[in-house]
Design a protein around this ligand. Structure first.
Ligand code: P6P
Length: 339
């Protein structure tokens, strides 16, 4: 009966959030409505990504398809879909997208109380070869609804209310936290619903995998170089860690979350602030890692305590299993104590 009950008691992402909503009755379902529009965007992108190869959606913007229509690159198309979905939800007031140089301020009639920072299709350079890519998002509450400014999105990650990503791969998986743990949902295309498949995800305390672009090794600083060296040539007689690096943040982070280990995009001489963006890559993934029992560190501080000064600021990031991140933290601490 339990198996039968599970099959018929479909825990969709909407039901799950409504259940959590019970903890915030004051929000009158606004968050649920916002989330349902984010989910709509993810469903659209999932279908577009799956068809991309066939419909030549991956063509360069400006090309025309067999019907002679103007082709949009998938990331441009995804961005338009998310912006329209978020604005039409009537629950947002400031949007920051990786695809838009400037923040988007929603006009008054449709203005709501949430700010959403998102990368509509992170890793899209990988789509032509079929590597998993994804949407990443983080959600803030505005500070003062009568005076909406850029400061409403230049908040520390500790002020984020929720964060998540949707990975478009062999299956479409949406991983979400609203501050009460991390849950994973898989899209059932026959229902068009995200169903709870990974309840209460916890990252292993220590992992056997490190994930970094070794091609940048010559530019790393000493603590990062020493950490990676220890992964490859452990001094304590333990076996070396495996290197897994896909080059698509959502895929690398999803593997780290489920299997454990550490993902790092360090600063280097070429890019002193690393490559990944604070508001829509570093913060959402750091939020999820902490909610799953892991850690996220910038080389100087807890990642979520960063306060961005510009909406496309970058930061170095080390995130994953608690013990693995603790190791890199101590290497940076001993460096600064020597310096
Ligand atoms: P690199 C993809 O372009 C991306 O923004 C992230 O998804 C990914 O983690 C990173 O860049 C890969 O960067 O320099 O290793 O190719």
């Amino acid at each position: 009966h339990a198996a039968e009950a599970q099959r018929t008691d479909l825990m969709t992402i909407t039901r799950h959030v409504l259940n959590e909503q019970g903890r915030h009755p004051e929000s009158r379902g606004d968050f649920t409505i916002l989330l349902s529009h984010i989910v709509l965007g993810c469903k659209f992108v999932a279908s577009a990504v799956n068809k991309a190869g066939l419909a030549k959606l991956i063509g360069l913007a400006g090309e025309t398809n067999v019907q002679g229509e103007e082709q949009k690159k998938l990331d441009v198309l995804s961005n338009e879909v998310f912006v329209k979905a978020l604005v039409s939800s009537g629950r947002t007031c400031v949007l920051v997208s990786e695809e838009n140089e400037e923040a988007i301020f929603v006009d008054t009639p449709l203005r709501g109380k949430y700010c959403v920072c998102f990368d509509p299709l992170d890793g899209s350079s990988n789509i032509d070869c079929g590597v998993s890519i994804g949407t990443i998002f983080g959600i803030y509450m505005i500070k003062d609804k009568d005076n909406v400014t850029l400061d409403d999105v230049l908040q520390p990650g500790t002020n984020m209310l929720a964060a998540g990503y949707c990975m478009y791969g062999s299956s479409c998986t949406l991983v979400l936290s609203t501050g009460n743990g991390v849950n994973g949902f898989t899209l059932d295309p026959s229902l068009g619903e995200f169903i709870l498949t990974h309840p209460n995800i916890k990252i292993p305390k220590k992992g056997k995998i490190y994930s970094v672009n070794e091609g940048n090794a010559k530019n790393w600083d000493a603590p990062t170089a020493k950490f990676v060296e220890k992964c490859k040539f452990p001094q304590d007689g333990s076996s070396p860690k495996s290197l897994r690096y896909i080059g698509s943040m959502v895929a690398d982070v999803h593997r780290t979350l489920l299997y454990g280990g550490i993902f790092l995009y360090p600063a280097d001489k070429k890019s002193p602030n690393g490559k990944l963006r604070v508001l829509y890559e570093v913060f959402p993934m750091s939020f999820l890692m902490e909610q799953a029992g892991g850690q996220a560190f910038t080389g100087k501080q807890r990642a979520l305590e960063l306060v961005p000064s510009k909406i496309h600021d970058r930061s170095p990031i080390f995130l994953g299993s608690f013990d693995d991140v603790e190791e890199i933290k101590s290497l940076y601490a001993s460096q600064s104590s020597i310096a």
